[in-house]
Structures are given as C-alpha cells and as structure tokens.
Write a protein that binds this ligand. Structure first.
Ligand code: BES
Ligand code: MN
Ligand code: MN
Length: 461
C-alpha cells in the first residue's frame, strides 16, 4: 500500500492533466451534434485503460452511445469488483452563466476548495470521479498489487436515462458477473464528515402538452372567450400539490415505505445547518412537504417538480397573443417501493382528469428509474467504510441521497449484485448547473481511498 500511495503522489500532476484532457471533450449525450465527441471520449478512456494495463478493452456499440468495457482478472479465487461510471455529461446550458467555458477546464480556489477546484462540465459528474478509478487502478497495477479482479463499464447515456444499459446487462450477464458493483457518482457531506450513500431516489419524467384553439389568436379579439392553454396548464400544475406540499395524485403515496421513528432520528443526525443551506442558496426560507425536515424532503420523501415550462410569446417587447399550446416538463423523484411505471400511469390519469373540456392534453413519458437502498451490513459497505476511515481519519456516516442512478436497481435485478456508492463530490459542486466543479483535494482523496477499498474488500469477502 505504501508503494501504491507514493506512486499516486509522484504522478499526481499527470493524473490531473489527463483529467483536464478528458474534460475538454464535450460528451453531451443529450445532443446529437456531439455524437462524434461521445466516440472520442469513449476512445480516450479506452486508450488510457490500455496504457495502464487493463485487458479485454472493448467498445460495445448500442443503439445510442457506446459502452466502454475493460477488465483485469488477477486470480479466479479472488472476488470481482465491477466499477461502473458514466462518461456522458449534462448539457452545459445556460452558457452565459458560466464564469469560464464549460469545456475549457480551469482551476480556481473557492471557500470549500482552498487547494483549488476544476471548473468544467463533468468535472464532478462523473468524469472526475470515473478518472479516480482509472488512476487508482493504474497505481495498483503498476505496483503489481491489485487484490481483486476488476471489471469496468463506463456508459455514455446515464444522463439521458441509461436506455440501453438494461439490454446490455442482460446480454452480457456472463461477462459482467461479479461480487459487487462499486460506483463513485455521489457526494460526501464534507471533507470533515465523510459519508457513504446508502440509498437513491427513483425517477419518473414526463412532458405534458396542453392544446387550446387550433392557432395562436389575437388576445383582444378572442381573449376572454376561449381557453388559454398556458393559464390552464398553470391551473393544472397548481392542483398537483396542496398548500402543505403534499402531492395530490391519487395513490401516489400508497407504496411509499414510511421510515421508522428510529430511522428518521438517525437520518437527521447527519450534520446539516439550515442557515448555511439558505445562505448558500440566497433564500429566506425553505419549502417542502409539511412535517419533514429538509434532509428528509431531499432524500427519503418523494417529490414532484416542474423542470421547465414554455409556450406563447417570449421574445422582446410585448405581443398580444393567445397561445395555441403550452408545455411543461415534470419530474417526480421516487422512494422505495414506488415504481416509475405505476407513478407515471397515476400521474397521467390524474393530470388528464384535471383538464377542462376546452383543452386537449397529452402526456408523454420520458425516462424513469427505480429507487434503490444499499445495505450497510455487507463486506462492501464495511470495506468502503474502513477505506474512508483510513484516508479521512473518520468513519463515514451512511446517508440517503436524493439523486437517481437507475442502474443501481438494475444491477441488482439483472446481475443479482449489490452496489456500494462511494462518491467523493460535494452537493455544492454544482453538478448539472453552470460552473460545475470538482475539488482537487476530493479528486486525490478518491484516488487514495480506492486502493484501500480493494484491499479491505479482498480481506473481508
Ligand atoms: N450522479 C448523478 C446522481 C446523483 C447525484 C446521486 C448526487 C446522488 C447525489 C447522476 O448523474 C444523475 O444526475 N442522475 C440523474 C438521473 C438520470 C435518469 C437523468 C438525476 O438524478 O437527475
Ligand atoms: Mn452522475
Ligand atoms: Mn448527473
């Protein structure tokens, strides 16, 4: 281990410059203009995996973006760790809110990152975090000290719902067989309070269209006489929650597993300061479901949110017009044991029922994903916990995460294996937002911690 850790220190400059190269490729999965960049990113990773001595490096084509695979089998008697991550990133928009260009990484100091943080789309989610694994593997392989077999998949469609990963797992069950999945795509509470994510919310995402008259109309000539679909859409949206923040879709909460008083108590022990939270976001108050803390609202409770809404005239100046159509994108975060298909169905029925006769409504489902909880009494959790204890000097606390990684549930159902979510970002790293960044301290802490995971996992398994 000493040799591994000194190798990491010796090569840290190069590790960083390679990551910066990776971040310069705009691998935006949602945008077909970036198809070529997706391939470039996949090939960049394959090249690096080859150079560190991984075997069987393959680019699996899918109907969408390619999946990169690599492995290293050291000994059939050793346990096998499947590392999963994603090389695709969210669109960088809105571009004008970035202080520096999203695909031209720069290092800047911040209050939380006094050593500097890399500002770029994908820096934390998830290129910076997958690259920690590549470099940790490099350090172990260079020292002939990889204690487990490793399989690695990097997909290019996580941010657009991992549509092709399910089929891939089914088809490649044999190739992907493993004892555990290891993912770094989540956060820690802070460098002083390390944490391991033990649950993720699921997701169902829909787009709605409300159509009034067959064409845009003069708002004086027709105004007052026909439905304005934007007004109607707003009224319908307003009926999705009551004034206590409770979602009104019939049956929405039926499958929700309520936490025990004990569980709620321990969850709320995680350090969280509401004042700091509000100051950071420059809000005078928080808002959410009555009867739950902010920590609960953002992790163990389901949500419903409008992600975007549009229609009518939004150009310069004023145009007097009644729009023909209005749209919104609506997401619901799900908790155990809600299922995305059922919730999508319930939403569709309720939303459609809210529409007055004067408008037509269409609900189109986008992607979805199941929630997941990962156990803490497993060798992988213990190995991750011990690894973080070693490198952070403190035992990490288990926390439920509010985001979604739909393949976690999928790995369990298709491959029959559990996942350990050992991420190193901070919630304040602005993933999906302008000025996404990843602290250098966090990047190196991840590289340092991962080899311990392998060592302890091999011992505990
Ligand atoms: N890495 C995130 C998920 C995440 C972030 C989990 C922080 C926990 C803490 C992932 O890349 C992501 O953004 N997932 C999407 C879901 C997907 C189906 C688009 C999400 O949560 O919106
Ligand atoms: Mn991610
Ligand atoms: Mn993401």
């Amino acid at each position: 281990m000493k040799a591994i850790q000194s190798y990491i220190s010796e090569h840290q400059e190069r590790f960083l410059s390679e990551l910066l190269q990776l971040l310069r490729i705009p691998s935006v999965s949602a945008n077909s203009d970036h198809r070529g960049d997706m391939i470039k990113t996949a090939e960049f990773l394959m090249d690096k995996l080859l150079s560190i001595g991984m075997d069987r490096i393959t680019k699996f084509e899918t109907p969408g973006h390619p999946i990169v695979y690599a492995q290293k089998v050291v000994d059939d008697d050793r346990p096998t760790v499947l590392v999963y991550g994603h090389y695709d990133v969210q669109p960088p928009d809105p571009l004008d809110l970035w202080e520096t260009a999203p695909f031209d990484p720069v290092i800047r100091k911040t209050d939380l990152h006094p050593e500097g943080a890399i500002f770029a789309r994908g820096a934390c989610d998830d290129k910076g975090q997958i690259y920690m694994h590549v470099k940790a593997l490099e350090a172990m392989l260079a020292n002939d000290a990889l204690p487990c077999n490793v399989k690695l998949i990097f997909e290019g469609e996580e941010e657009v719902g991992s549509d092709n990963l399910g089929d891939f797992c089914e088809e490649q069950r044999e190739l992907l067989s493993c004892d555990v999945v290891l993912i770094s795509d989540t956060s820690i509470i802070s460098r002083d309070t390390p944490s391991i994510t033990v649950g993720l919310r699921g997701l169902t995402y829909v787009e709605v269209e409300v159509v009034g008259p067959n064409r845009d109309l003069h708002s004086g000539v027709y105004g007052g006489g026909v439905a304005n679909p934007i007004n109607n859409l707003c009224e319908m949206i307003a009926q999705l929650k009551d004034d206590r923040g409770v979602i009104q879709i019939p049956g929405f909460y039926d499958q929700v597993v309520e936490l025990t008083t004990e569980e709620r108590k321990s969850l709320n022990l995680a350090p969280f300061d509401l004042e700091t939270y509000m100051t950071d976001l420059e809000v005078n108050d928080v808002q959410g479901e009555d009867g739950y803390t902010t920590l609960e609202r953002t992790s163990t409770r389901p949500t419903l949110d409008v992600n975007g809404i549009w229609g009518g005239y939004i150009g310069e100046g004023a145009k007097t017009v009644l729009p023909s159509k209005a749209y919104a994108k609506i997401s619901m975060r799900l908790v155990p044991n809600q299922t995305d298909d059922e919730i999508c169905q319930l939403f569709t029925e309720y939303f459609t029922s809210l529409a007055p006769k004067a408008v037509k409504v269409k609900v189109t489902p986008h992607h979805g994903g199941a929630p997941a909880v990962t156990p803490t009494n497993t060798p992988e959790y213990k190995a991750a916990s011990k690894a973080m204890k070693t490198t952070f000097g403190k035992t990490p606390i288990p926390v439920r995460g509010g985001g979604s990684i739909p393949i976690v549930a999928l790995f369990e159902s298709v491959l029959g294996v559990k996942t350990v979510l050992m991420g190193f970002g901070l919630d304040s790293d602005d993933i999906h937002s302008p000025n996404e960044h990843y602290g250098l301290w966090h990047f190196y802490k991840g590289i340092e911690t991962i080899p311990y995971f392998y060592q302890y996992y091999a011992e505990l398994k």
